[in-house]
Write a protein that binds this ligand. Structure first.
Ligand SMILES: [Zn+2]
Length: 79
């Protein structure tokens, strides 16, 4: 199952938009950007990889692994 991604805000709420004169386009429900060809991804993994590249702080970015948060106890002072 593939899904479409907005070229402007990188959101996934992109739906077909039928104009009367302009033919079929897609419209983003998040930023109202209209585009002829949105981005398309086959898997969420691909989308996540893309997001991390173009918009690491995007709200749709899933944190890769937050299972190792005990990584900061190396500040033991041994002198
Ligand atoms: Zn958008």
């Amino acid at each position: 199952m593939s899904f479409r991604v907005c070229i402007n805000c990188h959101g996934i709420r992109v739906y077909p938009y039928m104009g009367f004169m302009i033919g079929q386009r897609f419209e983003c429900q998040d930023c109202q950007e209209q585009m002829v060809i949105p981005l398309e991804f086959e898997t969420n993994e691909d989308y996540q990889e893309y997001l991390r590249g173009v918009a690491p702080n995007h709200p749709n970015v899933e944190s890769e692994d937050d299972e190792d948060d005990d990584d900061d106890d190396e500040e033991s002072e041994n002198d």
